[in-house]
Design a protein around this ligand. Structure first.
Ligand SMILES: Nc1ncnc2c1ncn2[C@@H]1O[C@H](COP(=O)(O)OP(=O)(O)OP(=O)(O)O)[C@@H](O)[C@H]1O
Ligand SMILES: [Mg+2]
Length: 355
């Protein structure tokens, strides 16, 4: 009994052959890379948008296409894996020197000098999930790359992707003044768009008629609520595995619900891992209540951590943007007070916060 036609299409690093609803972002990325194809510096770009809006996929999509006529080099860096500037520079070295690692113990400055001296073609550095690095490191890395054209006469550009809309404000003014970029915005997907994206994945990944219509709609509904297509894709894969293990030839709502219970924790844990301790505290306290006004929540938070209302408010906005909480006016129309609600199951959130 088999559900999967191709299980790989549900993998996190699978790049679909068609990226729906991202034509304009792909066009802008292609425009930034175009000069590199002709021997000039690529234009810098900053891809901004909430998690799972296709930033990584669209960058990889464009790079795969460019590879067919590649007359520039690129170094793709998933920042959370590298953590500090030295490791990032080592990865750039590794890519520029055709997969040769730098010799042990050489300094950051020497390492990058070797990179710049070696460069004969334009170089594109992709800094994906850049906001996972600490501020000092971000500024170090950007500064080293952005000053290279002037200091070493090389042709280099940066494409970075971040989820934090306030990211540009966190740059050192000095780095900010040399970092000129095209901003490419990735809005959240609507329910219609989520349905179409998941439908494509189902067609590619499952055998025909392997998922109940009702079950698929439930998956769309859960995905919409989580506000995240990546979650929907995990959910479908997981439900498929459960159905196969039960020797069923069709996924029903039951498998979707089972998968939903099992997948929530690692999914939330990934988002939560990028938060700092103040943000985690606000999140944890918000989840301790079914419904709480923003004012009351601030009081509870202040009892544990010292923070200004302004900062608290910024954190609340960020948590809402990451779709971990919902902030709306009270259900019973109680004036202008705003209330905070959970977006996920409380037990799943508690477990995710333990990671
Ligand atoms: N437009 C789309 N068409 C098809 N699949 C998509 C689309 N957008 C996102 N996906 C799928 O959703 C998942 C998340 O996409 P991706 O990793 O590109 O998002 P992201 O914006 O980089 O997220 P993050 O900020 O968390 O890194 C991937 O599995 C990807 O294949
Ligand atoms: Mg990404």
């Amino acid at each position: 009994m088999s559900i999967f036609r191709n299980r790989d299409v549900f993998d996190p690093d699978y790049v679909p052959d068609q990226l729906l609803f991202r034509e304009s972002q792909l066009r802008q990325l292609a425009y930034c890379i175009e000069p590199a194809k002709n021997g000039f510096s690529p234009l810098n770009a900053l891809c901004l948008g909430p998690p799972s809006t296709g930033k990584t996929s669209s960058i990889r999509f464009i790079l795969e296409k460019a590879e067919e006529e590649l007359n520039f080099l690129y170094s793709y860096i998933r920042c959370p894996r590298f953590k500090d500037a030295y490791k990032i520079f080592s990865k750039i070295f590794y890519d520029v020197f055709a997969h040769q690692p730098p010799s042990m113990g050489i300094s950051k400055a020497v390492l990058m000098e070797k990179v710049w001296e070696k460069l004969e073609k334009p170089l594109l550095v992709v800094l994906d999930d850049l906001n996972f690095l600490n501020k000092g490191c971000i500024n170090d890395v950007l500064y080293e790359i952005l000053k290279a054209p002037e200091e070493f006469g090389v042709k280099v550009g940066v494409i970075s992707a971040v989820t934090d809309l306030k990211f540009p404000l966190s740059l050192d003014p000095f780095v900010g003044s040399i970092f000129h970029y095209t901003e490419i915005y990735y809005p959240s997907y609507s329910e219609y768009e989520i349905r179409e994206i998941l439908k494509k994945r189902v067609e590619k990944g499952f055998w025909e008629d392997s998922i109940d219509k009702e079950a698929f709609e439930r998956a769309v509904e859960i995905t919409k609520k989580a506000g995240d297509v990546r979650y929907g894709i995990f959910l479908l894969k997981s439900a498929g595995i459960i159905a196969e293990s039960k020797k069923k030839d069709k996924i029903t709502i039951e498998e979707i619900e089972m998968a939903h219970e099992g997948e929530a924790v690692p999914f939330i844990a990934k988002i939560v891992s990028a938060l700092n301790s103040d943000e985690r505290a606000v999140l944890r306290i918000a989840y301790s209540q079914e419904e709480i006004s923003t004012g009351e929540l601030y009081e509870l938070v202040s009892g544990e951590v010292k923070m200004s209302y302004r900062k608290f408010y910024d954190i609340l906005e960020k948590l809402e943007r990451l779709k971990l909480i919902e902030v709306t006016f009270g259900e019973k129309g109680r004036g202008r007070t705003r209330y905070v609600y959970r977006k996920f199951d409380i037990r799943a959130m508690e477990k995710a916060l333990e990671f």
